[in-house]
Design a protein around this ligand. Structure first.
Ligand code: SAM
Ligand code: MD0
Ligand code: SF4
Length: 341
């Protein structure tokens, strides 16, 4: 093993991460693939994505759906959402991710509508659900956990408080961290995530990579910021993909048994091969073509052309010698059991 990679895995510090970032992308990716193969027999899991309301009370400086952006928004009806969930279920995804902007309609009565929806989607599809509705108060998380919702996803974006203040302006760093910890205490699995290409320094990035696993998240995500001209941070150019690829590999090396997504929302179908080759083992943001639903980062990319379907993803997995894991393997993976060959 290369000395710098050995040092990364042994020390796990931000200095070791920073040093690893200077390695060749292909070298890191090769080491990451070896680690993934040893831990998961190269199973990859597919997540369907339903962004069911694009209304939001927040003003994140990176997000197209921020409140002050004067754009066309939608809030899908329950029937529409369940029809999409049925489609996704039939296409063979392993999980349904229910995502929304922080929409007051769903936040009312301690998120009662959202919690009912999550439970209904689980019942209809028989699949696990990931809840991605933004920060929830403890009482709402308790009701969500009572419905046996498996995942709570909430991305800190950065572990540097100053940068957080610039990205998620007027939001509470600790409140966001605490919600995840409460969900974890309630027995839910949590997903943590960071953004790159948001004017962070290499040191701030290494700091976030060093800290991302500290809260016990089982799914760890990095995404490259997509600069929309209409948002405050959108005046920056899109960062080269190699930074994200190297972080995916470093995350795999530091957290061998984590679920690590390759997001179709950031890189589209064209970006999938490189992300999977870097050590990712989940493909997220699968969207049925005619659902009228949006992504987040690249909200239209590949949706209408069927580039974001489970079939399109499986065709790529085959080319790479990878295989979609079954629903049983998925649950075993989350429990920390090795996937049988
Ligand atoms: N509203 C909820 C929240 O903020 O937690 C869930 C949906 S939010 C759109 C999901 C994630 O999308 C954010 O946490 C952020 O990491 C990512 N995101 C938003 N805008 C993005 C952009 N322009 N480029 C890349 N990722 C972005
Ligand atoms: C994705 N666009 O998976 C989605 C989103 C929210 N849990 C996930 C960021 O890429
Ligand atoms: Fe709203 Fe989430 Fe976008 Fe922030 S990232 S503006 S909370 S949808």
């Amino acid at each position: 093993m290369h000395d710098i990679i050995k040092d990364l895995v042994d020390r796990r510090t931000k200095e070791a991460i920073d040093a690893a970032m200077s390695l060749d992308t292909a070298l890191l990716a090769e080491a990451a693939r070896k680690t993934r193969a040893a831990c998961s027999r190269d199973r990859v899991f597919l997540y369907g994505f339903i962004y069911f309301s694009t209304f939001c009370i927040n003003n994140c400086n990176f997000c197209y759906f921020r409140k002050e952006n004067d754009i066309k928004r939608y809030r899908k009806t329950e029937d529409e959402i369940l029809a999409v969930a049925d489609d996704l279920g039939a296409s063979g995804v392993n999980l349904v991710d229910l995502t929304m902007g922080e929409d007051s309609y769903y936040k009312e009565n301690s998120f009662a509508r959202f919690i009912r929806l999550a439970s209904e989607v689980m019942k209809r599809t028989g699949l696990p659900v990931m809840a991605s509705p933004g920060v929830m108060p403890n009482s709402a998380l308790e009701n969500l956990a009572k419905q046996n919702v498996l995942w709570y996803a909430l991305y800190q974006e950065t572990f540097n408080r100053e940068l957080f203040g610039r990205l998620r302006a007027e939001q509470d760093f600790d409140g966001r961290m605490n919600a995840k910890q409460h969900a974890k205490r309630l027995g839910m699995s949590i997903e943590e995530g960071i953004l790159t290409g948001v004017t962070e320094t290499p040191e701030q990035l290494a700091e976030s990579v060093a800290q991302i696993g500290n809260g016990g998240a089982k799914q760890l995500r990095v995404m490259t910021f997509e600069p929309h001209k209409s948002v405050p941070l959108g005046q920056n150019t899109r960062q080269d993909i190699t930074i994200e690829l190297k972080i995916i590999s470093i995350l795999r090396l530091l957290h061998p048994s984590a679920l690590i997504p390759a997001s179709l929302d950031v890189g589209g179908l064209d970006g999938l091969t490189a992300r999977l080759n870097s050590g990712a083992n989940v493909v997220t943001s699968i969207i049925p073509p005619s659902s009228g639903l949006s992504g987040v980062a690249q909200r239209d990319r590949d949706v209408a052309s069927s580039g974001r379907t489970a079939d399109a993803v499986r065709a790529i997995l085959i080319k790479l010698g990878l295989k979609q894991g079954s629903n049983t393997e998925y649950l075993r993976f989350i429990r920390g059991e090795l996937v049988d060959g």
